[in-house]
Write a protein that binds this ligand. Sequence first.
Ligand SMILES: Nc1ncnc2c1ncn2[C@@H]1O[C@H](COP(=O)(O)OP(=O)(O)OP(=O)(O)O)[C@@H](O)[C@H]1O
Length: 271
Amino acid sequence: MNPVLRAEQLSWHADGKQILNDVSFLLQPGKMLGLIGPNGAGKSSLLRCLYRYVQPDSGKILLNNKEIKSIDHKTFAQMVAVVLQDTPTEMHSTVQQIVATGLTPYKGLFQGNNKEDNDAIQSALCQVGLADKADASFSHLSGGEKQRALIARAIVQRPSLLILDEPTNHLDIRYQIQILELVRSLGITVVTSIHDLNLASALCDELLLLADGRCVAAGSADEVLTEARISQVFGVCCQVAKHPQHGKPLIHYYYGYTAAEHRGEIANDAP
Ligand SMILES: Nc1ncnc2c1ncn2[C@@H]1O[C@H](COP(=O)(O)OP(=O)(O)OP(=O)(O)O)[C@@H](O)[C@H]1O
């Protein structure tokens, strides 16, 4: 099967600092890739390269076998949907109007919505459980509802690739699980950055672990989330067990000392 997304040896620098260094991966249709890694590892920067907000210095990104830099603006806007943490929206727009903007890449200037469009908007609102909020002001929604509305907008866009930058930030655990399960259930190919390693383990098909702009590990949660690697990359001690429900890695963190102390590199009684 041809991958939907292929990144080859991506590197990017800004302000004289190397931010992404030789990052490569590929993603098959319908799979959800979780980008994990410590603060400043380069997760958002990698996503920005994927949605063409920044141009890598070297390397290639191919979407459906075509280099993204050669895809015209309108086609790219149809192919890639992006949900950011603080997506700016018109203060007084209704939920329905926000969702309708997902159709913009398919429209000509001043072209309104037809019945089929309106049906697609209603169907997306139902899928994310916001049918009863269609006429509510977007700005009055809760954080979780806003994220769901933005995902509904992505649904009507019918993208080849959905990119999310920390979609679970600021959400309580119920919404964190709900948003990721919702995204996963759509059957769209997804790349999402995510901080919570246990959520990433439970809900992503594949993980890519970044540290200092480099890919440190990639593969299934079992392959990526080992105690040694978590200790090395995040500097914390943990025990990796099997989750009682889904059997994927479940990380138990230890408190009160650093990974270096745990490995005996620093004496616990050092001043
Ligand atoms: N436009 C830019 N100019 C200069 N430095 C940048 C720019 N964008 C990102 N950086 C730097 O690149 C590094 C990686 O940032 P990035 O936001 O990609 O990391 P991240 O893994 O998403 O971090 P976090 O988990 O904290 O959100 C950081 O040190 C950041 O300051």
